[in-house]
Design a protein around this ligand. Structure first.
Ligand code: UGA
Length: 433
């Protein structure tokens, strides 16, 4: 099939590359001339494991192209993905200016029937707005379909190539056939393509992310209570996760969820809800609890140092909002580092991927080349991201480097017994000290 992807951000690039990999002819369009020039030279502007291999192969085999020219980019395309940003406005609602801008441009230049696909996470009712914006200037038949993405950063290629399910919002039989053909190579094991109307598809995406954020938040509150009653949240997770109605995944308590999706989508769904006159109380709680959870370890560290962090050096392991990404959006580490700096502490930090991104925002801390270098002469260690290399460190080496053998772990990386054996004072989430 001939496919066009408008927007070469994270979602657009993964979508374009993966559909090229399934044998389609893909052209990606972006207004950012610098970015397109880099992509044309074979450079990927994002860090996503496994994407580079597919990207290189499909460029070499001439199935993946990049352009800034919308007319050239959509020429003969049977499907046109809109993978454009929807930044939150001040009130938390998604701003549709980029999507509707492209929809306006598409109308007059469509020359053949095409299925136009909303891939971005957009509020309920957006497909109708996109359809109206295109129809205002179109001379040929087209369909607008909602097809939300469920990719996790860091495993996006795998999620794309082997989706649990594909959700497609359309009531057009013609569009349904195109979508079935497009996704057939990805659902051969029998995973479903679930068809529904556009509004339900748009809502499905928000419901999925909000439910996952709720699941994590619930476990974070159970963890907070565990600390008070003297229970262990790891045992609770195992105890409830084995109930198939609950499920094992996304039950890990920690320092709060971050990233570009959960915070934005929970906020946007709460806003949609209040726009429709419904007070979605659970979502309000999720947001409030998560805000507090991200700051949870600060009073613990402060108390440990008798209320005075002035001149203390805190080593930080992990900046990214989760492992296998350099993404620092809404990452708990940032807020914590800023608060520690404000309290007069010095920070030494290590993250395998995200340091360059943080340097631009927080220049006045020490960036180290290894995790151990960050510990040298530090008064304590704080952990914010569960990078695998932090999981089985050399505790003896750590003991020698740290001035004080104390760890504040926002990701529950270590067994309590191991820490006891190695003589560390160990604060984690939802477990005894
Ligand atoms: C999330 C969803 O998982 C994807 O399905 C969705 O497509 C994507 O948002 C999106 O809307 O684009 P992502 O933000 O990449 O993906 O990251 P997740 O792996 O879902 O993690 C989100 C946050 O939850 C992270 O801060 C992570 O540390 C936290 N988390 C996750 C926990 O605290 N505990 C868990 O058990 C799982």
């Amino acid at each position: 099939m001939k496919i066009s992807v408008i927007g070469t951000g994270y979602v657009g690039l993964v979508t374009g590359t993966c559909f090229a990999e399934t044998g389609n002819q893909v052209t990606c369009v972006d207004i950012d001339t610098n970015k397109v020039a880099r992509l044309q030279k074979g450079e990927i502007p994002i860090y996503e494991p496994g994407l580079d291999v597919l990207f290189d192969r499909n460029i070499a085999e001439d199935r993946l192209k990049f352009t800034t020219d919308l007319v050239e980019g959509i020429k003969d395309a049977e499907v046109i993905f809109l993978a454009l940003p929807t930044p939150p406005g001040e009130d938390g609602s998604a701003d549709l200016k980029y999507i509707l801008g492209v929809a306006n441009d598409l109308g007059p230049i469509l020359k053949n029937y095409a299925v136009i696909i909303d891939k971005s996470t957009v509020p309920v009712g957006t497909a109708e707005k996109v359809r109206a914006a295109i129809a205002a200037n179109a001379t040929i038949d087209f369909d607008v379909v909602s097809n939300p993405e469920f990719l996790r950063e860091g495993v996006a290629v795998e999620d794309f190539m082997k989706p649990d399910r594909v959700v497609v919002g359309t009531t057009s039989e013609k569009a349904k056939k195109v979508m079935e053909k497009l996704y057939a190579p990805l659902v051969r094991q029998g995973n479903p393509v679930i068809f529904m109307d556009e509004r339900s598809a748009e809502m499905t995406k928000y419901a999925a992310n909000s439910f996952l954020a709720l699941k994590i938040t619930f476990m974070n509150e159970i963890a907070n209570l565990c600390e008070k009653v003297g229970a262990n949240v790891d045992d609770i997770r195992r105890g409830i996760g084995t109930d198939s109605r609950i499920g094992k995944r996304f039950l890990f308590a920690g320092i709060g969820y971050g990233g570009s999706c959960f915070p934005k989508d929970v906020q946007a769904l709460a806003k949609t809800s209040s726009d429709y006159g419904y007070d979605f109380r659970t979502l309000r709680s999720v947001m409030a609890v998560n805000d507090d959870q991200k700051k949870k370890l600060l009073p613990v560290v402060t108390e440990y140092f008798d209320g005075n962090l002035k001149g203390k050096t805190i080593a930080v392991w992990g900046l990214a909002f989760k492992p296998y990404t350099d993404d620092i959006r809404e990452a708990p580490a940032l807020e914590n580092i800023q608060a520690l700096l404000d309290a007069g502490a010095n920070i030494t930090v290590y993250d395998p991927e995200a340091m360059d991104n943080v340097k631009k925002l927080i220049p006045n801390i020490t960036y180290c080349h290894t995790a151990y270098a960050a510990l040298d002469d530090a008064d304590a260690l704080m952990i914010f991201t569960e990078w695998p290399q932090f999981r089985t460190p050399d505790f003896e080496k750590m003991s020698k480097l740290l001035k004080d053998k104390v760890i504040f772990d926002g990701r529950n990386l270590y067994e309590l017994e191991t820490m006891r054996e190695n003589g560390f004072t160990y604060y984690s989430i939802g477990r005894e000290v």
